[in-house]
Design a protein around this ligand. Structure first.
Ligand code: P1T
Length: 388
């Protein structure tokens, strides 16, 4: 099935899962879960049917990788056992000791931990900048800069970076631009089309969509980058299992349906919170009050299902509010069908030192909410009773 001929949801349902009508095949409309870790050959010198060992390649994972690539309009897709495994494999594919990374200062806490506490031990320098202003990125470019790493929208402050402008700066300086597209998924944003070289995902979130798979993905269109990543995917071995590949394939089929609903609920919740007396501020890229709303409107086809807000009072007030909720689960993660809510300062971003966190705006009363696909009225009633 051609990548470009069909619309997003047609590809989400069919790519990688075209029925096999060859002699002896069963014509499954859903790709089987190929649990075999090894694949036999008839004779030593005869080629295999394309598979040798599941770490290198597996038919169920391959179906997922081709579906993911088709949705990002990428030429190559790779699936990993977590978002951080995908990130680690990208870093190991592109960096040599002594290299310099330029990173957005608002990133998932675990990504910062990977840069600061793991890769820094191997002599990689990282400069964090406010990449909402592309010129800040240009200012820290060094001779040894190899990678620019951004999230947009970012986690948890939902800041937007201009992918095209940053890609231009990257390419003028022979630097690779990586965009973490977890918060919007390819349904709402396609960074490769805007000039990014590599897209990474925590597939744990919207892509798999049901809070039952930990997964990661890397998408590229450049063949030499793809070769490097393919080599390390196999050599490092942090691959997605066949069963998790199947669950992710299953989840992706409803990606567009889910995201439309996540976004609809996020808008309804943002509208409710914005006029509530106990709410100090609401951060959602879909609101005209968001500082980069205009950029988001041009760069993306939607604003996603995550919003952050600050409540009045102190951390005790935040705790009381969170513990009074009935439908929202107080939990890390986002992008599942169930609504989740969390306190970044104590949960997802607790690994960032307090002074840096607070300076960035991740205060003790900043709350991050992932709108699920439940009924908006029920979600709003739940928030209303907990804010009383
Ligand atoms: O959890 P994992 O699948 O390894 O993905 C890491 C990751 C990468 N990028 C972004 C933007 C992320 O949000 C995450 C994981 N984030 C959470 C678990 C969270 O609650 O924010």
């Amino acid at each position: 099935m051609s990548n470009y001929k069909y619309g997003f949801s047609t590809k989400a349902v069919h790519v990688g899962e075209e029925p096999d009508f060859r002699e002896g095949a069963t014509g499954d409309v859903v790709v089987p879960i190929h649990l075999s870790t090894t694949f036999a050959r008839k004779k030593v010198l005869l080629p295999t049917a394309g598979y040798e060992y599941t770490r290198s390649s597996n038919p169920t994972r391959k179906a997922l990788e081709s579906k993911l690539a088709s949705l990002e309009n990428a030429s190559y897709g790779f699936a990993f056992s977590s978002g951080l495994a995908a990130e680690t494999t990208v870093l190991l594919s592109l960096l040599k000791p002594g290299d310099h990374i330029i990173a957005f200062d608002d990133l998932y806490g675990g990504t910062k931990r990977l840069f600061n506490n793991i890769f820094s031990e191997y002599d990689f320098a990282v400069s964090y900048v406010d990449a909402t202003e592309p010129e800040n990125v240009r200012e820290v470019v060094r001779e040894n800069s190899r990678l620019i790493w951004i999230e947009t929208p970012s986690n948890p402050l939902l800041k937007i970076c201009d992918i095209k402008a940053i890609a231009d700066i990257a390419h003028e300086n022979n630097i690779v631009l990586v965009v973490d597209n977890t918060f919007l998924s390819p349904y709402f944003q396609k960074p490769l089309e805007l000039g990014a070289d590599i897209v990474v995902h925590s597939a744990t979130k919207y892509i798999a969509g049901h809070s039952d798979v930990l997964g990661g993905a890397v998408l590229v269109s450049n063949a030499s980058l793809a070769d490097k990543i393919a080599y390390r995917q196999n050599a490092v071995g942090a691959v997605l299992s066949p069963f998790d590949s199947y669950l992710t394939l299953r989840g992706i089929k409803t990606l567009a349906l889910r995201l439309d609903r996540h976004q609809q609920n996020a808008f309804a919740i943002a509208d409710f919170l914005i006029s509530h007396a106990k709410v100090k501020r609401v951060i959602y890229p879909g609101l005209p009050s968001h500082p980069q709303h205009q950029l988001a409107a041009i760069q993306t086809t939607g604003y996603g299902g995550v919003l952050s807000f600050e409540i009045k009072g102190d951390i005790r007030d935040a705790e009381r509010f969170l513990e009074r909720l009935n439908i929202f689960s107080l939990a890390e993660s986002l992008g599942g069908v169930e609504s989740l809510i969390e306190l970044p300062s104590l949960m997802t971003h607790a690994s960032i030192p307090k002074e840096i966190r607070e300076k960035a705006g991740i205060t003790d009363t900043l709350i991050r909410l992932s709108a699920g696909v439940e009924d908006a009225d029920d979600l709003i009633e739940d928030l209303k009773q907990a804010l009383l």
